[in-house]
Design a protein. Structure first.
Lengths: 141, 141, 141
């Protein structure tokens, strides 16, 4: 059993920015040479999150709209009143969606559905280069 | 350390259908003979999700109702306007709930609480036979 | 590859109580002596959940407020009508947030962001001593 951990950087726009990272994580998996096991993804920060979705512009907009209803940008946040960062909604959204995701690896491939992509979401109220921890655990043959 | 990966099929009704899969995954765990480690569950599709809940018909209805408030079926979705699938709400719900779950395995058993069951949720707007990836990682003794 | 599983107990107040458990899980990681791998956390119960957040009193209040909007305490729940527990909202909230979290371990440390803490959330409608399963998988050197 091998554990390989790497840190990737992802350029994101002001939130809510939903970025397709399937190609990026596929590339890390290929380099790891792990054939059977799991990939663990983690956002080391409190205004980003991970999930999977069909990466189609309509549904991406629908997800952003749902998140806006869930934790609207234009209501008062205690965080903003205290710190003036203006990103209280970003923190709440990230905590609700969650920072971690894992995906089984079978025959050297991520076991995603045909119309399922892995996405990194930047909720922060500014464009950011963000870090993502990519870990692959498993057997090479 | 052993990794065993299997694919199960689950018959689901039109969404929101919340299915108790505790017995199914227990059976896979017993067959794996893994005693210490973790079970990783993953939905390879973008209109299904996993979580845990007390599988009691009242609270199952309450969860379905909360999800209906979170991403209502009867509002416009860009996905539907573009593709006509009518399942924009299904995609949004699945992305918010998430496709992955892991549960520690201790003494050959899933470490669930007494009133806690594992559920697969079909959000799609039709009945479907759905796939679930069941992975067990750990030691046999 | 080593797997170490322990059970911690956490004193929580009536929900929504969001408790910073970063120090607790750091201590378990140090004792495990695992240097490379992952920590898996799991709530064995159906009215508790895990996530990460910047543990600052403003944003903690903001998260509690968002959860109150998501599954309000003062609407009817079928669970309560059937069982009279009064904690239907607690079950729904826990199922939406999710019981599991994993965090990569790099150089013997959790790979959290600078302003990111691990939190246990008690949603139940009473103060409880709650259990948390802490699992560390990986290599000691």
């Amino acid at each position: 059993m091998t554990v390989i951990t790497e840190i990737a950087e992802i350029d994101t726009k002001i939130g809510t920015d939903i970025v397709d990272i399937t190609g990026l994580v596929d590339q890390h998996l290929a380099q790891s040479q792990i054939k059977r096991g799991a990939m663990i993804l983690f956002v080391p920060g409190s205004t980003g999150a991970l999930t999977t979705i069909e990466y189609e512009s309509g549904v991406i907009q629908d997800l952003a709209d749902a998140i806006e209803r869930l934790a609207p940008r234009d209501i008062p946040y205690a965080h903003d009143q205290r710190w003036g960062d203006g990103n209280g909604h970003s923190h709440v959204r990230a905590a609700l969606l969650g920072p971690s995701l894992h995906i089984p690896v079978v025959d050297g491939r991520l076991s995603l559905g045909t119309w399922q992509q892995v996405v990194f979401i930047n909720f922060d109220n500014k464009a950011r280069r963000r870090r993502l921890i990519i870990q692959v655990m498993g057997e090479k043959e």
